[in-house]
Design a protein around this ligand. Sequence first.
Ligand code: ZN
Ligand code: ZN
Length: 339
Amino acid sequence: MKALVIDKPGQAFVRETQYPRPAGDEVVIKVKNCGICATDLHIYGGDYVGSYPVIPGHEMSGVIIEIGTDVPDVAGLEAGTRVTVDPNIYCGSCYFCRTNRSNHCLNWNALGVTKNGGFAEYVAAPYRNVYRIPDNMSFIEAAFAEPVSCVVYGLKRLKITGGDSVLIFGAGPIGLQMAQLAMHGNAASVTIVDLKENRLRLARKLGIKNTVLSGDGLPQILKDIAPLGFDVVIDVTGVAAVSEMTINYVKNTGKIMFFGVCSPEDKIMLSPFEVYKRDLEIYGSYALCQTFYPALDLINNRILDVTSLVSSCICLGDLPGVLKSKKFREENMKIMVGF
Ligand SMILES: [Zn+2]
Ligand SMILES: [Zn+2]
């Protein structure tokens, strides 16, 4: 089968690889779509936990074509079942797994990170990680289940309460998922900031009214929108300088969330006095935790428009070029690999 293999950081090739025979508890999926995510770029760049060589890709959908011998009937999976996959493989027996915090599993693995993932014609996945999708959900929509699960987990942690004003930095695919869900939830207003006007145009198309182009006038514009600050400020950019300025825009007693992935080396200046004096709450949000079903329901009920976030569909052969081209990626929203 053909797959994109990262042999080591900076070296990615499409080539013939071995078809993944399923272990007893695995199914083999013929991949239909797999989204490109910043994590794939971190693996390509060598600055993320990963093992090499690896086939990346963890936002996948497809059709089951083979079932391992130990997959129980109760799983309801058979050849021909349309599915998506939670790429995170949890041990089920460590402290965190047994206290409903499996995203912190001490023996964590993931398809597309430490094990072979979805930038391939076929992928093997443990049956416990596989979710059947409704007939009327497209494979492209289903490939969003993983990122939407992460957003749902973040928003669950934030517990946005009735009438909150929400400010989001970053109008990429994740920012626009976050904005749509915040708007559908309890937020009274959602404001989104980005450097690119085309992203803000898409945000407005998706119903987000307050869109602000980042630049010199930003502090004043945000002050005009929310003179006392915002109840919730979320940084999805992964740019440390942006994380650092979130505190300037949060209301007293408000919440800040660092959702975008900064580099492990990044540091920011933060005044503990200000956090104390202003009763602030600061949140992280790592991956997802038991949020796959809610994500699928949100997509399936079209609460969330994910299809509009796809700006390019490419084939596997284009992928090495896309990994190399920062410019192409910056000009795009979600890039989807199709098979
Ligand atoms: Zn991802
Ligand atoms: Zn565990």
